[in-house]
Design a protein around this ligand. Structure first.
Ligand code: ADP
Ligand code: ZN
Length: 522
């Protein structure tokens, strides 16, 4: 439809913002916001969110109120809008009296199109009355995940946005880069009163980044080889501990690279030195903990390696995403081993977070394990987690070399049946005890040693079953139950497998020993 309207948008995009095309996802969002629908847009950092409320603000009558948590960012946007000839202003604690005066002047003469408000302004007396008076046409909420009490960025004043929306009766357009389902649900509850905004999720793909995982065999050698093949290029190696960053940096130096360690235990001054050097020089390798990255804005990082498994799929995405910002080819490698998984699990279990938070963290770790154990295109799996559909990318290790697969239908059905017969209330450990016929106290107390599934999976070792459960999660046949800590539930996708209507293939490399050891008697 609306070819003409579409052309008008293109013209506005070019004339005011100087862009000759929308980025993926932008047009749909812009159209929904202009139409006055409640919208929730999830786009990665740098994806171009601000345009998605700035352009609609110009097309709608009245003032668009923009709530944003960062004063510096607001001032920045106001400045560039003004340069583009748009009447915009901000009310923040950083204002001079003249600036504030100018904002009120523009409000009075009806010329102001965008009013940026710091969230704490919402609590100030008179703000609500002022907003009622000026004819607000919509509320745009930047960094909408700040309403989430779970996140690190929680801003209590964001909770007032929901009330404001109800009081003004105007649409809300919310934006965030945080894609996980819990945060999304919380945004919907708190900003939209639980209503259903039009949701958009696009642009998470970074096609120039090659994705690869490898089981951690001899990590030092694996990282050294990866770096040696990229000599002279800027790269980051992420490590799980401070000590490791230092020893690995020394090893890389001994191998003739320029390398430095970076972690939170270093003096602020030393850290700044590394940051500046990395930004300025070519070919430096920074071996770092996750403390390195915030605020690193180097476009030509050519590779990122993980010597240890990141803590979640989100962390993984963010960390590899530091490579190749310039759009030129970039490489990544993530090592993972059983120790990593244990380390990350314990870290979550021992965190002081409430239990529902911990179980969500286990879910995010599981999603990363699913990605590590994926059978086919990693990018498709990764983007799928963020809710974005795609086809095989041709630019990841699994597209390069598809893994050998074996038929795992029988084993998967046994696992599913163990879960169902115990009402999907247990985790992999307990289910594996049942399958392997291990009569632990817990198994006996619940009478699970009397189940028909008890001992039907003796042909596999516990670690093989663990690999199988991880693969099942990777295939989304089972998912951690968000309501019940540690428990696994069968997904809809598993139903046809259980009913014998569909078969399942598994990666041979994880299950190979199984096939060899399968006893001949059965
Ligand atoms: P974020 O999603 O992180 O808020 P921004 O809105 O700051 O991202 O946009 C990131 C960068 O992309 C900005 O420099 C912006 O000017 C640019 N940008 C946004 N939309 C387009 C477009 N359609 N074409 C070209 N550049 C764009
Ligand atoms: Zn691929």
């Amino acid at each position: 439809m609306a070819d003409e309207a579409g052309e008008q948008l293109d013209a506005l995009l070019a004339r005011v913002f100087g862009f000759n095309a929308f980025r993926p996802g932008q047009r749909e969002i812009v159209e929904a916001v202009i139409a006055g629908r409640d919208t929730l847009a999830i786009m990665p950092t740098g994806g171009g969110k601000s345009l998605c409320f700035q352009l609609p603000a110009l097309c709608r009558d009245g003032v668009t109120v923009v709530i944003s948590p960062l004063i510096a960012l607001m001032r920045d946007q106001v400045r560039s809008l003004r340069e583009a000839g748009v009447v915009a202003g901000a009310l923040t604690s950083g204002n001079t009296d003249e600036e504030t005066e100018a904002v009120f002047q523009a409000l009075d003469d009806g010329s102001l199109k965008l009013l940026y408000l710091a969230p704490e302004r919402l609590a100030a007396t008179g703000t609500q009355a002022m907003l009622r008076r000026i004819g607000v046409s919509m509320i745009a909420v930047d960094e909408a995940h700040c309403v989430s009490q779970w996140g690190h960025d929680f801003r209590p004043d964001y909770l007032r946005i929901g009330e404001l929306r109800a009081e003004l009766g105007v649409p809300v357009a919310a934006f965030t880069a945080t894609a996980d389902a819990e945060t999304r649900a919380e945004i919907v509850t708190r900003l939209f009163g639980g209503g259903t905004p039009d949701s958009f999720l696009r642009g998470f793909d970074r096609p120039n980044i090659h994705l690869a995982f490898a089981p951690k065999n001899s990590p030092r050698r694996q990282i050294m080889e990866f770096a040696a093949a990229r000599r002279g290029q800027s790269g980051i190696v992420y490590c799980g501990t401070r000590a490791k960053t230092e020893s690995l940096a020394r090893a890389l130096e001994a191998d003739g690279h320029l390398a430095c360690a970076y972690h939170g235990g270093m003096a602020a001054e030393d850290r700044r030195l590394v940051e500046t050097r990395f930004q300025r020089d070519d070919g430096l390798i920074v071996v770092a903990t996750v403390a390195f990255g915030m605020g690193i804005d180097k476009p030509d990082i050519r590779w990122v390696a993980h010597a240890d498994l990141p803590k979640s799929i989100e962390a993984y995405y963010q960390e590899i995403g530091r490579a190749g910002r310039d759009g030129a080819p970039a490489e990544t490698l993530t090592l993972f081993g059983a120790d990593d998984i244990r380390f990350r699990r314990t870290q979550i279990d021992e965190s002081p977070a409430p239990s529902d938070r911990r179980s969500a963290d286990h879910g995010r770790l599981n999603a990363l394990l699913g990605l590590a154990e994926a059978h086919a295109c990693r990018r498709k799996t990764l983007l799928g987690y963020f809710g974005e559909e795609s086809s095989a990318c041709g630019h990841c290790d699994l597209c390069d070399r598809p893994p050998e697969l074996i038929d795992g239908t029988d084993a998967v059905r046994k696992a599913l049946s163990a879960a169902l017969r115990t009402e999907e209330r247990f985790g992999a450990g307990h289910l594996i005890d049942i399958l392997t016929g291990t009569a632990t106290d817990k198994v006996r107390e619940r009478g699970h040693d009397g189940l028909p599934t008890f001992g039907v999976g003796r042909e596999f070792s516990k670690s093989q079953w663990q690999a199988l459960f991880r693969q099942m999660m990777g295939l989304d046949l089972m998912r951690p139950d968000p309501e019940r800590y540690g428990a696994l539930r069968m997904t809809e996708a598993a139903r046809p497998v259980l009913k014998g209507e569909q078969s399942v293939t598994l990666r041979k490399d994880a299950m190979a020993r199984t096939a060899e050891r399968r006893p001949a008697v059965k």
